[in-house]
Write a protein of this length. Structure first.
Length: 117
């Protein structure tokens, strides 16, 4: 099997409510000159900082790791002894896996694999 490549996609911060999420994302935006994008469940500052509108996975938040092929990444991780939580899987309309969380946290962070755009 070809080597699976991973890179940091974003860091997720758990906000306590939508107002706090917008405030935290707004501060990152102000400090680093990033655009703010408000979504249904989170607010992004640029593409690297995601602030959840309510507490979400991970004691300290979550880390998104991007890869071009999520299916290959799942196989790679499982072959190396790291379990994924398929109940968290998100799929594109064509049925390809778009995102999935690892079962265990790393250093207090939930970790999910996301398809690199």
């Amino acid at each position: 099997m070809a080597e699976v490549k991973y890179e940091l996609a974003h860091v997720g911060i758990n906000g306590k409510d939508p107002e706090e999420a917008e405030a935290i994302a707004g501060l990152f935006a102000a400090v680093f000159g990033l655009p703010v994008k408000v979504g249904n469940s989170s607010v992004f500052a640029g593409s690297a900082v995601e602030v959840m509108k309510t507490p979400y996975r991970g004691k300290l938040g979550h880390i998104g790791m991007a890869t071009p092929d999520c299916e290959a990444a799942v196989k790679d991780l499982e072959e190396r002894g790291y379990a994924v939580d398929l109940s968290t899987a998100k799929y594109k309309p064509d049925g390809t896996l778009n995102a999935v969380y690892l079962r265990d946290e790393i250093g207090g962070f939930a970790v999910h694999i996301v398809r690199k755009a």
